[in-house]
Design a protein around this ligand. Structure first.
Ligand code: SF4
Length: 423
């Protein structure tokens, strides 16, 4: 298995030396497709986590451990299949890998899952998980959430891309938390893997799944963590593994205009935009990124989004806030904007799910209906989303806050006990 590193293909890859392989040649353009090797950072136990590595990086991780390139290529293909098609986390279950190779892999690598801190099931079937990262270099962990929403004809997993968020949308509970860090590709794809585990959906097959759709709509702004989101979604879409069609994946942005075209070109998933207001004044208040990228600029980026057409319409998310953004005039203005920019669009009207301390209330059902009717009458679909999982605080960010409160209470209790013991 071992061979001199200096002569290996890996060495050329790491050093980016010219190679006969044309895929290592830079191609002009605003995105340079030269594969950039990741640093294979080992975990605290010294092993490398294979979850979330691209196909190329998985192979390179094996080569880094001194496996012959041919061997590495073959093993990477097998391991990829076991990880993403069969959901296996234990190398000893990989039956087409020899009994001597299995412990070799086990000593050097691991296939992780996020730690589940809390799992809740709503009376309507919505499931929510609070997940915890591995120890970081400072010895800390971070918590993030994912939610599974089953419907009659589909099951949608709402995936987080960051711990916390920088954007402070005023109606959003996650926006009240500071950004802690970006999630890694492994942590993003790990949410899908964990949901598949929980739903008992291995081996991966295209038919009859409960988990049919993914929305990048959990904690965080995915376009502020684009490289990791892209790598994770490419793994999710890979036909040799999870094999979810790009048509079943939606990326939701609050309007990071400069990144939208790149997202369309590189992953070409469906686009959802958190619009929530049609005037500068109101959108500046509730989606503050609007002060940087205004409504016109945002809608032009939507018009230019690669791959959007009537079969793959852009979804505009619109949270209904009482006396803030819910008048008939605003509904008419929304229609005008969509028509002016000739957008293949649908509008999702979301009744606001208030959290403790929220600065807004939900619009009345009559107001929401009237708003919806105006848009429908103009020939644009504008369904009212049924609130889901309200009994388990399924609004983004709420489970994490509840858990933090609980752990703070636990710390206070421990401090009191300590004090009492000393006193
Ligand atoms: S809506 Fe999205 S972008 Fe805005 S604060 Fe919440 S998580 Fe961040």
């Amino acid at each position: 298995m071992d061979r001199p590193l200096a002569k290996s293909r890996l060495f050329r890859y790491m050093m980016r030396m010219p190679d006969t392989a044309t895929n290592l040649m830079p191609i002009p353009g605003h995105f340079d497709p030269v594969p950039v090797p990741r640093e294979f950072k080992p975990r605290a136990d010294g092993r490398i986590d294979l979850l979330g590595l691209t196909k190329m990086d998985l192979r390179m991780a094996l080569e880094t451990s001194q496996l012959e390139p041919k061997q590495a290529k073959l093993r990477a293909k097998q391991v990829w299949h076991w990880i993403y098609n069969r959901g296996v986390t234990d190398f000893s279950l990989m039956t087409d890998i020899s009994k001597t190779m299995q412990p070799w892999l086990e000593q050097r690598f691991v296939i992780s899952r996020p730690e589940v801190v809390e799992a809740q099931v709503s009376t309507d079937g919505t499931r929510k998980w609070l997940l915890r990262s591995d120890l970081d270099s400072n010895g800390g962990t971070q918590d993030y959430e994912m939610v599974f929403i089953p419907d009659a004809d589909r099951g949608t997993l709402c995936v987080s891309s960051q711990v916390g968020c920088t954007l402070n949308c005023r109606f959003c509970h996650t926006g009240t938390m500071r950004l802690v860090r970006n999630l890694t590709p492994g942590e993003i794809v790990g949410q899908v893997m964990l949901a598949r585990d929980a739903l008992g959906e291995w081996p991966s097959q295209p038919e009859g799944r409960m988990l049919t759709n993914i929305v990048m709509m959990g904690m965080g702004e995915p376009l502020y963590n684009f490289d990791n989101v892209r790598d994770a979604l490419k793994i999710v879409m890979d036909g040799d593994g999870l094999g979810l069609s790009r048509r079943r994946i939606t990326l939701s942005t609050s309007g990071v205009v400069p990144m939208m075209a790149r997202a369309g070109e590189e992953i070409s998933v469906n686009l959802a935009v958190s619009l929530h207001a049609v005037t500068k004044e109101v959108r500046d208040e509730i989606v503050p990124i609007n002060r940087k990228y205004g409504i016109e600029e945002l809608l032009q980026a939507c018009a230019d989004y690669p791959g959007a057409n009537n079969a793959r319409r852009i979804t505009f998310e619109y949270v209904m806030l009482r006396d803030k953004n819910d008048s008939d005039d605003e509904a008419h203005e929304l229609v005008r904007l969509i028509k002016d920019y000739q957008l293949p669009a649908k509008v999702n009207l979301i009744p606001f799910n208030p959290w403790p301390g929220a600065p807004y209330e939900c619009s009345t059902p009559e107001r929401i209906k009237s708003f919806s009717n105006i848009i429908f009458d103009a020939g644009i679909s504008a369904p009212i989303r049924t609130p889901r999982g309200r009994d388990i605080d399924a609004a983004c960010g709420q489970l994490k806050t509840a858990s933090e409160k609980q752990s703070r209470a636990e710390l206070d209790r421990q401090a009191e006990e300590k004090q009492a013991a000393l006193g």
